[in-house]
Write a protein that binds this ligand. Structure first.
Ligand code: GTP
Ligand code: MG
Length: 177
């Protein structure tokens, strides 16, 4: 008997303009037309991909990061198998907003007790104004965040325009770090 494939679920979030939709282009797609079974809107972009290390199918929810849509992120929290949180490391003015948003996520009742991987993608590392990974960890208070949640926190440098670092993020997601 044919059973439906079990899809892993990955949530791709972060402030608007951080590079989520750019990064997802470097995830390995299962089919050219990922929209067969799902509806995408400008606020939710859904792609079916293959996980690079385990070859398992995965649905990625790429959610808009604009302020008025952020509350909608929590709808996905109970079922996701991991979260990629994208940070624009060249947007220095908004790193304090990122930090606040990360704290809200870490203490969110639907996530606090979930032991899933949470990968911070320190994106736009090609940008001349980028903040380096060590400073990102300090500004975002990653050590404090780690103590607030059962999620496994990681920080990984990425470049959305080239896909650099994406593979390492999937290593974290697939528990192969
Ligand atoms: N220099 C540089 N630019 C990037 C990088 N990643 C994304 N960008 C640019 O950042 C801008 C915003 O990228 P998007 O992928 O649309 O951002 P998003 O996170 O999907 O934004 P929302 O959908 O509004 O939440 C685009 O102009 C991208 O080309 C990167 O690694 N380096
Ligand atoms: Mg987008």
């Amino acid at each position: 008997m044919n059973s439906k494939p079990h899809y892993r679920q990955l949530l791709l979030i972060g402030l608007d303009g951080s590079g989520k939709t750019t990064l997802i282009k470097h995830f390995k797609r299962i089919e050219e037309n990922s929209y067969e079974f799902y509806t995408s809107t400008p606020y939710i972009n859904i792609e079916k991909v293959t996980l690079p290390f385990s070859n398992l199918p995965c649905v990625v929810y790429d959610l808009s990061g604009q302020g008025r849509y952020r509350e909608g992120w929590s709808f996905f929290y109970p079922d996701v198998d991991g979260i990629f949180f994208v940070v624009d490391t060249s947007d220095r003015a908004r790193l304090s907003v990122v930090q606040e948003v990360l704290f809200e996520i870490a203490k969110h009742p639907l996530l606090r007790t979930r032991s899933i991987p949470f990968v911070v993608l320190a994106n736009k590392q090609d940008h001349p104004d980028r903040v380096e990974e060590d400073d990102i960890r300090k500004i975002l208070q990653v050590d404090l965040l780690k103590g607030m949640t059962q999620m496994q926190f990681y920080v990984k440098n990425t470049i959305g325009r080239t896909g650099q670092g994406v593979s390492e993020c999937f290593q974290m997601f697939e528990g192969r770090q």
